[in-house]
Design a protein around this ligand. Sequence first.
Ligand code: BT5
Length: 333
Amino acid sequence: MSNKWQDIPRLLSFLRSADRSGYVSGQSLAAQAGISRSAVWKQIRKLRDYGYGIDSVQGLGYRLVTETQHPVPWELKRILKTSYVGSEVVYLPIADSTQSTALTIANKTDDANGTVVIADRQKSGRGRLKRKWVSPSGGLWFSVLLRPRIPTSSITLLPFVAALAVREGIAKSTVLDARLKWPNDVMISGKKVGGILLDVSAEAEAVNYAVIGIGINVNVDMTEIRSKIPDAQEITSLKSELGHEVSRLELIRRVLESLEHFLDLLIRKGAYEVITAWKNHSDMLGRRITILQNDKPIHNGRALDLGDDGSLLVKIESGKTIAVTSGDVRLRY
Ligand code: BT5
């Protein structure tokens, strides 16, 4: 998207500085913004599209009635309390995939540590192994570009860091206590509510960049998602679990703040702390599972523990314990 939205915070500040009536006339807005009255009208329409409630009364003008709950960058930057995650925010009403956009940025510059790319919806959202990630409007779909000062061997822990951040973000914005499922799923009542994707560029010694993609079904229409992934395991949204909508703006703020916190934990304290935190919020250890690789079941067994690199230690049916480093897990009952 072009940077045209840069005008929006200005227009909002004029609306917010209304007198006690709450109304600002179109004429006054046009004069303050230095644009025509029809341009004002177009901008107001845009604001409504971005989720603001704006009243208009002939003879009085426009009044800001409700603030937005959409994850728009000018609001996110106002409330976000982080030192580098979200220092730059790119917002796209529609993207192919925020992951691809963030990767393009990563390959174009040497910095941009913490840049976040958010899309209202994605046309070609992706999961791991070229799987599709259905991303209609109403969800949170974003990617975070990081240049973390961690050894290359710690890369495998980044999805765990991200899953912890999503869980904590949900816990801080709602009453829901999400659980984590190896390797990258965020679950509520046994159903997948969010997923994580990691793309990295690294050398033997150091990480050039990591792009963490996060998808959370916030207020999405689940019937629409289910119709597009008939083979899907059980899935849910925060709205379905709660019976009401959740502010995507508040949620992404919390997730990004937690992401910075857990990244710091990894950088300062190392793998053990991250793995311990992850285990505290997972209920799959001790459970009977099936391990799948490339969507095919390869072993049945019991999930025992997590290794320091994030691998899943599984006692398989032969009695042997193996460390699984990639794949998916299905819980058995
Ligand atoms: C994931 O993959 O769970 C990673 C999802 C990452 C999505 C984010 S959104 C922002 C960023 N930009 C992108 O393009 N991607 C990232 P995986 O574990 O492979 O799960 C994929 C599987 O989940 C699919 O094969 C479907 O069965 C299922 N699925 C697809 N859309 C879903 C949805 N919205 N909610 C729950 N499950 C879904």
